[in-house]
Design a binder for this molecule. Sequence first.
Ligand SMILES: [Mg+2]
Length: 195
Amino acid sequence: MQITLRLVALRLAAIGTAAGLLTMGAGAANAAPAAAPSEATWLSDVTAVTDQASAYLQQRLSTPGGKTAIVLDIDNTSLETHYHPFTMPAVPPTLALVELAKSKGASVFFVTDRFEVLRTPTKSSLTGVGYPVDGLSMRPNFNTDPVQVNKTNARAAIEAQGYTIVANIGNNTTDLDGGHAERTFKLPDYDGALS
Ligand SMILES: [Mg+2]
């Protein structure tokens, strides 16, 4: 299964659809950016941001009512793709943030640049480490639009379902730019070192 998906993915990449089809390999595929720090430093830097997001969500979701949602990027935001590419555990402070939001009634949507062909393993990766998944938006197969365009369109589609996106959390600016969220929270990417 895994091998088949990888072959399909490589085939798509070979015909030039996009770099970063397998986002877990994006670090190696892209021209080498700045180096990532130690995992401990990264998690500390992530927690500095999720602490702010947590305080905000405690306040924002304190009054029940309406269809609220949070949106998250997956790689190096929700899963430790860079530091543990084969096991991809949850990013602990992000999982804690999601659990907080969920406990206060918000729905949890993931928006990723991974291609649709990877939907099944991607959803399994998320649920397998404890994330609730109310929605998962992925790049359509063979689509070559800019990341930010796809991700912005995905958030607009979530809003079109009647949700208010109270927070959007990601580690790249392309996860966050384009509006359609009350607040954005930028996790570190160290100048592109983390996809
Ligand atoms: Mg990412």
